[in-house]
Design a protein around this ligand. Structure first.
Ligand code: AMP
Ligand code: MG
Length: 400
């Protein structure tokens, strides 16, 4: 059986190329940048004032104090979006506002609070050092600088920066189209009454949320009863219309598990089946004409965990992401976590704001309450007890 690292490496090595596309900046949040963005502009684009106040020559007010103010002649005012026509000469000043261009001749701004204006005269009550309260052209960004590198997932801060240098469109990875095929004759969609022996189908909803968070375009497909023909037909349609297919259920050793057989009949190549992790051992990965099959176990917790450990990194890397691991930080166990098994156990835990780590509840892979309670996983090695008080790495699964 493959280790987790081997399984992930095989998946990442099998990713086919994914095209990029240009999108308006306003639609680029959460997308992965495909080429570097280089600034064509200095930022700020011109020297400007950091304060509401008066532009002046620092030398003129070098000795100003509240007791011994310096009087300057006010020669004009410049507002937002304007440029002062003249220049600031000896013993003169120009009123300006935060962000307005520094008039020629001035080399400092005294803030309004340190002045007293009377008609055309401005009494300056504090000294100014050269370039005080001036934001210099290019001090933030120099023209030609690389602002954001490829593989970055664009967040609000990136978008703000790119807009500030005048970027209207960016090249990003195309969103992979991913179908979700849920198998199981016992499954009914929520909203319909249940007959005896049936359960509500929950994996499509859960997986759709996680796929969307990974940047995929999600196509949930109709439920598939457990027959080889129905499974094959469903997969055929799913592969025809999408870049990847995520299945749930039907990947185990049962007589009613048809995903692998149906995939093989369609000409798919099963790259591996089974990974030495708990939950989620019967995970299957395959390729079919440059498309990917991620066959998840049907147990909701197993589907959830294998998605985060094996599918999420694949989808992120496919879109060029440089960072694909779950965000992690240290935490302190409040209670012991026991792994008696011979596989690594990714234990659902709840970590609080102080980094205290509690078990999220009973860990069986059909227990969904502990799934909802968890905000992190702890990787517990086989046949090991992680004792209360130990420092562990928590892998965050919230806010993804
Ligand atoms: P399977 O992997 O098909 O053997 O399913 C394992 C367990 O997960 C069974 O108890 C199924 O009823 C359950 N299960 C499978 N698929 C789903 C689903 N889409 N939603 C909720 N439970 C499921
Ligand atoms: Mg099943």
């Amino acid at each position: 059986m493959l280790t987790y690292e081997e399984a992930l490496a095989r998946i990442l090595a099998a990713l086919p190329p994914l095209r990029s596309e240009q999108v308006p900046l306003a639609e680029a949040a959460g997308r992965f940048l495909a080429e570097p963005v280089v600034s064509t502009l200095d930022l700020p684009p011109f020297d400007n004032s950091a304060m509401d106040g008066y532009a002046l020559r620092a030398a003129d007010v070098a000795s100003a104090t509240a007791e011994k103010s310096v009087a300057l002649r006010l020669i004009g005012q410049v507002g937002a979006g304007q440029v002062f026509k003249g220049g600031v000469g000896v013993q003169t000043c120009v009123r300006l506002f935060t962000g307005t261009p520094l008039p020629a001749g001035a080399d400092a701004v005294v803030m309004q609070e340190d002045t007293h204006a009377e008609g055309d005269t401005v009494l300056v009550l504090d000294r100014a050092r050269p370039w005080e309260n001036v934001r210099l052209r290019g001090e933030d960004v120099k023209a030609g600088a690389v602002l954001v590198t490829p593989g970055t997932r664009l967040g609000a801060g990136h978008l703000g920066l790119l807009a500030a240098v005048g970027t209207a469109r960016v090249r990003v990875a195309r969103r992979p189209r991913v179908a979700i095929v849920a198998t199981g004759s016992e499954l009914r969609p929520p909203g319909k009454p249940l007959a005896p022996g049936q359960i509500y189908e929950s994996n499509r909803t859960m997986l759709a949320a996680m796929l969307t968070a990974c940047g995929a375009e999600v196509r949930p497909l109709p439920l598939v009863p457990d027959t080889l023909t129905r499974t094959r037909n469903a997969l055929q349609r799913a592969f025809a219309e999408n870049d990847a297919v995520v299945t749930s259920g039907g990947a185990s050793v049962g007589q009613l598990d048809f995903v692998k057989a149906a995939f093989t009949e369609l000409g798919g190549s099963q790259e591996f089946w089974k990974v030495a992790i708990k939950p989620g051992k019967p995970f299957v990965f395959g390729t079919l004409q440059g498309k990917l099959l991620f066959g998840l176990p049907g147990n909701p917790v197993s589907a959830f965990v294998t998605f985060l450990l094996l599918v999420r990194p694949a989808l992120l890397r496919w879109q060029g992401a440089t960072e694909v691991a779950l965000p992690a930080h240290p935490g302190t166990l409040v209670e012991s976590l026991v792994n008696r098994g011979d596989r690594r156990h990714f234990v659902r835990v709840r970590v609080d704001a102080e980094g205290r780590v509690h078990s999220a509840g009973i860990q069986a892979s059909h227990r969904m309450h502990s799934l909802a309670a968890a905000n992190a996983l702890v990787d517990a090695p086989p046949a090991t007890t992680l004792v209360a008080g130990a420092t562990v790495r928590v892998l965050r699964i919230d806010g993804l």
